[in-house]
Design a protein around this ligand. Structure first.
Ligand code: NAP
Length: 246
């Protein structure tokens, strides 16, 4: 495993990598496409025409109309009975996972269920369905031995997804996401106000724009993985570096 690899390619290299990738006609699924990161990721994937087919796997159907969504299909699944929806995961080359909840919304048990168990189960079905590259949105500080529930669960899910043995597994560890969340989360709002100001002094330490994370994910996918290296962990500074090139 190696951390913080993938210096950003220059725009010309990236353009060429993207064109090569488009020619492969690959398919992908996104878990969490209704969330802050997931919806920007979906928009970026469609804007760049990266995949011949995109499947959104979620607990509810999203209102997506019109030409931009012509090659998008949706699979509504019950995450508590995920084996019944194994077919939804079949036949995708790449899987993106931006799933997650909070302890405040779902309680401690609910948080573990979503952020660890749903993700692990989805990843297993994806692997069984032929997925070769799994892209997991984890968190800065993820650590399976942490005494903090959030960081421990993030560390645990990283370890479990790695153990599944994808040909390539890219783990993103963003710091606090800066974006335009519609949902009211007062504590998070205040934290982001303070950290947003701090970002002016030290942009890559405590925060990262959500759009940068999404851009880094698509850039990561079009760049070939390094031979013999199955797992890449991208810390916050690496996400900034990789996500700055459009
Ligand atoms: N927010 C941050 O500052 C931050 C920082 C570092 C890492 N992260 C991590 O990054 C990931 C994405 O964060 P985000 O803020 O972009 O996420 P988000 O906006 O909260 O979206 C979460 C996604 O997960 C789905 N989801 C939540 N609970 C679910 C459940 N019980 N069953 C099925 N689906 C469920 C949501 O679907 P619905 O729309 O149906 O609810 C949504 O698509 C999370 O794992 C988070 O822990 C976040």
């Amino acid at each position: 495993m190696r951390r913080d690899r993938m210096a950003a390619p220059n725009p010309d290299e990236l353009k060429s990598l993207r064109e090569d990738f488009q020619k492969k006609n690959q398919t992908c699924f996104i878990l969490g496409a209704s969330g802050e990161t997931g919806k920007i990721l979906l928009a970026e994937i469609l804007r760049q025409h990266l995949f011949s087919r995109v499947t959104l796997i979620g607990r509810r159907k999203l209102d997506l109309e019109g030409q931009p969504y012509a090659n998008v299909s949706q699979e509504v699944v019950d995450f508590e009975k995920l084996d019944e929806s194994a077919a939804a995961f079949q036949g995708h080359d790449v899987g993106f996972c931006c799933l997650g909840t909070t302890r405040a919304k779902s309680g401690a048990d609910g948080f573990v269920r979503v952020d660890r168990d749903y993700v692990e189960h989805s990843a297993k079905l994806a692997k069984a369905g032929g997925c070769r590259h799994f892209v997991l949105q984890s968190s800065k500080g993820a650590d399976s031995s942490s005494s903090f529930l959030y960081l421990r669960v993030k560390g645990e899910v990283e370890a479990r997804v790695q153990a599944i043995g994808f040909d390539r597994c890219s783990i993103f560890r963003p710091a606090v996401l800066l974006g335009d969340r519609q949902e009211s989360r007062p504590g998070e709002w205040m934290t982001k106000k303070i950290l947003g100001a701090y970002a002016c002094i030290s942009p890559t330490t405590m925060t990262v724009p959500t759009v940068t994370v999404a851009q880094a994910m698509v850039n990561n996918v079009v760049m070939p993985g390094k031979d013999g290296q199955k797992v890449e962990i991208l810390e916050n500074a690496a996400i900034h570096a990789l996500g700055k090139t459009k």
